[in-house]
Design a protein around this ligand. Structure first.
Ligand SMILES: Cc1ncc(COP(=O)(O)O)c(C=O)c1O
Length: 423
C-alpha cells in the first residue's frame, strides 16, 4: 500500500442531504416540557427545599434514583456539570497536593484541569486503538504517589475494562470512570459507571442526553458518596442524604456544585430516553460498518465489548495523514458530516500544559521553570498516541439519521476508497 504522489481529482458531489449529527437535544419535546412546567408551577427551584414544606422538590431526587437504577449502583448525586462531577469525585477520593492521577493523554480539557483544581498532579498515559487508556500504562506510570486512575469511555464505548480494572486492582489504585460521553454503554453486561470505585456523567448540550449543563457522580461506596455530597455542598450532609446513610465523615471545606430542579427536570426526561437514543445509533452504526468493513486499507476502531457500545461515532483509520485529509475533504464534498462530536485533542498540545500554570503560582502541581514542559508532558513522549490520533476519519451518527443516510454514507466511503486506493 503506497501513498499516491497526488490524490486523484475529487469527483464527488452531494446527492443526498445528510443531517447534522444530533443526540439528546434533538429529542427534547413534551416530556421535558411537562417536567419543567411542574417545577415552575410548584415554584420549587432549589433541590433541598421549596415554598411548601409538605411537598418537597422531587426532580433532582428522582433523577438520582433513576440514574442509580439505570447504572446499577447504590448512590447517584446530581451536580452542575461533568467537570464539577470530576472535581467532586476526585475530592471524594481525597486527591490533593502530592497525589498523582493517571489519565489518558487523549481526553477532554476538564479531565486534566479537574485534577489540578483539587491540587493533584495529572500523569498522562498513552491510548490505543480503542481511543481509550491503553492497558499496561497504569503499571508503567504508577508511583507511590499514584492515588487514582481516570478511565475515559470515549464516545459511546466502554474502555478495555477487563484489563484496566485488573491492572488498577492489582496496583491497589482506585478507578474513576469518566462516562461523560457514554451514558448507558455496557461492558460485559454491566453499565459503565458501575465497575470502578466512582464514576461521573455529563449532561452538557453535546452529550448523549442533555440538560444544557449538568452532571452526575455515582458510586456503590457509602463513604465516597458521603464525601461526594460534602464536596458538592460546602461540606454539608443534609437530612435528605442522611436518610439514605448515616453521616460518618467529618465536615470539610467543599465547593458548591448543587444541581438545580429545572436542570434535574430536563435531565430526568432525557435519562428516560437514553436507551432509545443508544438503540437507534447503535443499529445505524452497525449497518454502516457492515457496509465498509471489507475495504482493504481501512481499519475500524477496536471496541473491547462490541455488544455494549452505543454507536455514536464510527472511527476508522487509513495509512497516512494525506489519505485521511483526502478522505475528509471528499466526504465533506459529498455532504457527509465528518467532524468529531467532541473537542477532544491531546492534552500535551493544550495551552495550560504548555505553561504548566494554575490560577496562582503555588497552586500548580508542576515544577514550572526553564525545563518545563518536563518529560511526560511533551509531544515526543507520546509516540503511540501521536500515531493514532492523526490518521482517523470519524463519521458521527445521531438520532436524526436514517438507514438511507447510512447506505448513502457507506456508498460515498466506498467511492472515495476506490478513488484513493484503487478499485
Ligand atoms: C470525557 C469528558 N469528561 C468530562 C467532561 C465535562 O463535562 P461538562 O462539559 O459537563 O463539564 C466532558 C465534556 O465534554 C467529557 O467529554
Amino acid at each position: 500500500m503506497s501513498t499516491p504522489a497526488a490524490a486523484p481529482e475529487n469527483t464527488l458531489r452531494p446527492t443526498r442531504s445528510v443531517p447534522t449529527p444530533a443526540l439528546g437535544w434533538a429529542t427534547i419535546g413534551r416530556e421535558e416540557e411537562e417536567l419543567v412546567l411542574e417545577v415552575l408551577r410548584r415554584k420549587a427551584l432549589f433541590r433541598y427545599y421549596g415554598p411548601d414544606p409538605k411537598s418537597p422538590p422531587t426532580m433532582v431526587a428522582t433523577l438520582e434514583r433513576e440514574m442509580a437504577a439505570m447504572v446499577g449502583v447504590r448512590f447517584a448525586l446530581g451536580v452542575t456539570s461533568g467537570s464539577a462531577a470530576l472535581e467532586v469525585a476526585l475530592g471524594a477520593l481525597g486527591i490533593g497536593p502530592g497525589d498523582e492521577v493517571i489519565l489518558p493523554a487523549w481526553s477532554w480539557v476538564s479531565c486534566f484541569t479537574a485534577i489540578v483544581r483539587v491540587g493533584g498532579k495529572p500523569v498522562l498515559a498513552e491510548i490505543d486503538d480503542t481511543l481509550c487508556l491503553a492497558p499496561g500504562e497504569i503499571t508503567r506510570l504508577r508511583t507511590p504517589r499514584t492515588k487514582a486512575v481516570m478511565v475515559i469511555h470515549f464516545q459511546g464505548i466502554a474502555a478495555d475494562l477487563d484489563a484496566l480494572s485488573a491492572e488498577a486492582r492489582a496496583a491497589g489504585i482506585p478507578l474513576l470512570e469518566d462516562c461523560a460521553e457514554s451514558p448507558g454503554a455496557l461492558h460485559r453486561g454491566r453499565r459503565v459507571g458501575s465497575i470502578g470505585d466512582i464514576a461521573i456523567f455529563s449532561f452538557q448540550q453535546q452529550k448523549t442526553i442533555t440538560s444544557g449543563e449538568g452532571g452526575m457522580v455515582v458510586t456503590n461506596d457509602p463513604r465516597l458518596y458521603e464525601r461526594a455530597v460534602r464536596m458538592h455542598d460546602l461540606g454539608q450532609f443534609r437530612d435528605f442524604h442522611a436518610r439514605q446513610i448515616p453521616a460518618a465523615e467529618p465536615a470539610f471545606c467543599g465547593s458548591q456544585f448543587r444541581m438545580a430542579e429545572l436542570t434535574g427536570a430536563v435531565a430526568l426526561a432525557q435519562l428516560r430516553k437514553v436507551d432509545g437514543i443508544r438503540a437507534h445509533c447503535r443499529r445505524l452504526s452497525l449497518r454502516l460498518r457492515a457496509r465498509i468493513s471489507d475495504l482493504p486499507g481501512i481499519r475500524l476502531r477496536r471496541i473491547p465489548d462490541p455488544d455494549g457500545e452505543s454507536g455514536f461515532e464510527t472511527y476508522f483509520w487509513v495509512d497516512t495523514m494525506e489519505r485521511r485529509d483526502a478522505f475528509r475533504s471528499r466526504l465533506a464534498a459529498a455532504g457527509v458530516p465528518c467532524d468529531q462530536m467532541t473537542g477532544t485533542y491531546a492534552q500535551y498540545r493544550r495551552a495550560y500544559v504548555a505553561t504548566g500554570l494554575a490560577h496562582a503560582p503555588g497552586a500548580t502541581p508542576f515544577a514550572v521553570g526553564p525545563n518545563w514542559p518536563e518529560r511526560g508532558y511533551r509531544v515526543e513522549d507520546f509516540p503511540k498516541t501521536e500515531d493514532i490520533i492523526h490518521r482517523f476519519v470519524v463519521i458521527p451518527v445521531g438520532v436524526t439519521h436514517t438507514e438511507e443516510d447510512m447506505d448513502y454514507i457507506a456508498g460515498v466511503i466506498r467511492r472515495i476508497h476506490a478513488e484513493l486506493f484503487g478499485a
